[in-house]
Design a binder for this molecule. Sequence first.
Ligand code: FE2
Length: 234
Amino acid sequence: MTSLAERARHLLNTNFYSEPNLPERVKKLRLDPPALGQYVLRCPILIPGKQMNIPDDLAWCENLVDESLRYQNDSVGVDQPFAYLTVRHGLVESRTDDEFHVDGFSTKVPHIPEQNYIWTDTCPTEYVAAALPVPHDFDPRRHNIQHFIQDSLPNDTRIEQLDAETVYAMDPYVPHRRPRVSQGTRRTFVRLSMTPIPIDDRNNHVNPAFGPITSEYDGVADFRDKLERYPVVR
Ligand SMILES: [Fe+2]
């Protein structure tokens, strides 16, 4: 089994799926989210040439950012030039997160993997420690890795759950999902993504300190939804 630090030193590739990869526990942490709901998708807080900037309405995430940066520096040992904050605080809405998936697997350009630091107040993230060898004719630029993971997980795979109110680090090699929750569930989820390349996506949140988004690119519509389902033979 490899560590986040070891995997961080290789270009993103499908070989690391042949062994189970685990989320790494960073720290138990209390956060104090606002009373009202808040939904923020990939707000940039770090870009090259600027001081880190956390907008005022995300100041309650500062401790998570600090602890994550400490872990990134001390345990992962890779400086990433970009960081983005995602918050889903309020009624559970998203419909795709409750399928097993990985975050940040994109091979459009060769790059080292990103690291994601996640925290939930309740209904913590589920994950699987499964070996999922990827066939040689699987082409990540053509085939959808998320569907491959869902289709190749053995039926008897044991589903593990993280602890609530705890920061964990993971990378694009750790399959995970939001647990299925009943309608009307309130949940707070925070993710800090530290990435080697910019995520230029028109759906990103605007950080006023860094100016408006100029990209027309839509990562879901322009790329993910065009990928094919690799035919997994069981
Ligand atoms: Fe995820």
